[in-house]
Design a protein around this ligand. Structure first.
Ligand SMILES: [Cu+2]
Length: 110
């Protein structure tokens, strides 16, 4: 039984070290988004930024949620990306993906 647990833990840590550092950040923008055209403008421009995986917009909350590869870009670089097409992006929330949360808890177990 103990062997099984150790094998399992080794398999999990191998998976974590191989996993990419994918993170999520939520921005709010100036100017605000008003319609589908604004959303498309942000999505259409930002998706060309290096390391951007996914962009979700929410007009009601004025949120632009960007999933990005933290090995390839940073929040600052993403904000610079917004500036290129005339938007100022402010961070309202950040969250790490499941893998990095698991990696954190495993460190405590050691
Ligand atoms: Cu608009």
């Amino acid at each position: 039984m103990k062997k099984t647990i150790i094998t399992l833990m080794m398999a999990i840590s191998a998976t974590i070290s191989m996993a990419k550092d994918i993170k999520t950040v939520v921005f709010t923008t100036i100017p605000q988004m008003h319609c589908e055209n604004c959303e498309n403008k942000i999505k259409g421009n930002l998706r060309f930024e290096k390391g951007v995986k996914k962009i979700e917009t929410d007009i009601e909350k004025q949120h632009v949620t960007v999933t990005y590869d933290a090995d390839k870009t940073t929040i600052e670089k993403l904000q610079n990306g917004f500036e290129k097409f005339g938007y100022e992006a402010t961070v309202v929330d950040t969250e790490s993906n499941e893998n990095s949360i698991e990696a954190d808890s495993q460190e405590k177990n050691d």
